[in-house]
Each structure stands twice: as C-alpha cells, then as structure tokens.
Design a protein around this ligand. Structure first.
Ligand code: GDP
Ligand code: MG
Length: 295
C-alpha cells in the first residue's frame, strides 16, 4: 500500500541477531545457610522447562563454603541461553554478623568493574562477556513473623546495587495461611523501610507494565520449596520433596510458588532484568567509579 516502507522488517532482523548472539543471564542466590539455596540452584536446572537437558545432579549437596557458579547452555527452538547461577555460602552462622554482606557485594561490584574495564578499552571487544548479576534471589527464613534485622540490612544494601527478588525459603514449613500473612508482613516491612525489590515501581514504563508488575509485586516474596529428587506420582515423574503427608511437588502451584519465581526470571522478565542491570545498577556503578577517578 501507498506509504508503506516496511520498517517492521527490522523486527525479524533483531530476532535473527538475538538468536545468533544468544542470551547470557546470571542469577545469584543469597541467604543464611540451611535455607535451601544450593538445592534451589539444582531445582532451577532440573525443572521441567528444560526437559531436553536432563542433568545429572544426583549426588548430595555439600555445604557451600565459597562463592561458586554453575553454567549451563540451554537451547530451545533455536534460542540459546547461557544461564549461570552463583551459589553463595550461607551467612549468619557467626555470633557477629558484622559485614557478612561484604563478600557478596564484593562479587557483584567486581563483575561491574570487569565490565567497565572492558568497556573503557580503546579497542573494545565487539561483545563484552557479561558476568554481571542480573538478579539476586534473597532467601528469607520461614519464621512466620517478619523480616529480621539482618535480612533488613542485607536487603537494603543489595537492593541499591542489584535487582533483588526475595523469596520465603522452605515454605513447606508454613501452612498456606501462614505463608500469606507472612508475605503481607514482609511486604509491609519493605514498604515502610523503602526497600525497592524487583520489579521496581519506578521503572514501570507504561500502564501495561504497571498492571502486569503490580500482580507480581502482590505475590512477592514467593513462597518456594526446593528439591532435586524426582518421585513417581500417579505415574508421572515429578520433582519434589517426600514428607510424611505425601510428595510436595515443586512445579505444582497448589504446593508452592517455585513456578512463579522461575517464570519471572527465565520467561517473562529476563530481558527486563538485564536492561535494568545495565541501565540502572551498572550505570550507577560506572558514574561513581568515573567520578572517583576524575578527582
Ligand atoms: P543452603 O545452605 O542454603 O545451600 O541449603 P541447602 O540447599 O544445602 O539445604 C539444606 C537442607 O535443607 C538440605 O537437607 C535440603 O534437602 C533441605 N531443603 C532444601 N530446600 C528445602 C525446602 O524447600 N524445604 C525443606 N523442608 N527442606 C529443604
Ligand atoms: Mg549451600
């Protein structure tokens, strides 16, 4: 038709380019020891969305003593995702938890620094490897009360540096009603303390974002259960935890909200998490560092 230039062809080009490049996405799990962080790393990789890549993770999980990253390349319908999950040692075991966030914030900032150093080179790589943490999943212990001072300190620091999604850990120790009231109390804590977790209200770009993200904000922190064993339930193989009341299926929304967490991270908000990391958190870091070196 008259006047139609076909600019929309650029969409196909973007798609082809994105498929060629693939996506790099980095998640970090943080929280006190024993809350199921290492188990959750395995749950993420074993969960049903990557049926094709049956991973062998049968050995028992040792206690995590240092920061360690696991990377898997996942390919679906021609889209390549290089997913890295960084596991952290639990903190809060000591009597004195002063500065227990230092190694974690140190790691996050180190990745920003590496990216910055690549970016300011005169001859830059065409593609700078991205090890920046795009999302930090913070495990809140299932006390059923409210956030503890240590969680508050951690969340305040983290949320200024990185996207943070808090979760209620080991939610199977709470009833559905307890999870709900705990969630409300945590949301109230976060509001009164002005801790902005992901998806941050101030970055909603339009009414559609606001509608979608409001629903997510209402469900955060997700009440999650982690598991790395499969069980047979009515002839189906499911990832779950065996208890005396039966199997808690991690992929079943009637049992826990792990699917909401996974979908947010890996399906619906992956690119947004990357964009906010680059445009907001990394940008803050970059500005601070460059100001520093110009003084
Ligand atoms: P981490 O210290 O945070 O890495 O915790 P681990 O993943 O090592 O788990 C500590 C223990 O808690 C292990 O025995 C796990 O099997 C168990 N565990 C992990 N996730 C859950 C959960 O969601 N519910 C329950 N009941 N136990 C869990
Ligand atoms: Mg661990």
């Amino acid at each position: 038709t008259l006047g139609y230039v076909g600019i929309d062809a650029v969409l196909d080009q973007l798609k082809i380019k994105a498929m060629k490049m693939g996506f790099e996405f980095n998640i970090m799990v943080v929280g006190q020891s024993g809350l199921g962080k290492s188990t959750m790393v395995n749950t993420l990789f074993k969960s049903k969305i990557w049926k094709s890549t049956a991973l062998d993770l049968e050995r028992p999980i040792p206690q995590t003593l240092k920061l360690q990253s696991v990377t898997h390349i996942i390919e679906e319908k021609g889209v390549k995702l290089k997913l890295t999950v960084t596991d952290t040692p639990g903190f809060g075991d000591q009597i004195n938890n002063d500065k227990c966030w230092d190694p974690i914030l140190g790691y996050i900032n180190q990745q920003y620094e590496q990216y910055l150093q690549e970016e300011i080179l005169i001859t830059r790589q065409r593609h700078i490897p991205d090890t920046r943490v795009h999302c930090c999943v913070y495990f809140v212990p299932p006390t059923g009360h409210c956030l503890r001072p240590l969680d508050i300190e951690f969340l305040q620091r983290l949320s200024q540096t990185v996207n943070v999604v808090p979760v209620i850990a080991r939610a199977d120790s709470l009833t559905i009603e307890e999870r709900e009231s705990f969630r409300r109390r945590i949301q109230h804590n976060l509001r009164t303390l002005c801790i902005e977790v992901y998806p941050q209200k101030c970055f909603d770009e339009d009414i559609n974002d606001r509608i979608l993200n409001s629903k997510i904000r209402d469900r955060i922190p997700f009440a999650v259960v982690g598991a790395d064993r499969e069980h047979l339930v009515n002839g189906r193989c499911v990832l779950g935890r065996k208890t005396k009341w039966g199997i808690i299926e991690v992929e079943n929304l009637a049992h826990c909200e792990f699917p909401l967490l996974r979908d947010l991270l890996i399906r619906s908000h992956l690119q947004d998490l990357k964009d906010i990391t680059h445009n907001v958190h990394y940008e803050n870091y970059r500005v601070c560092r460059l100001n520093e070196s110009h003084q």
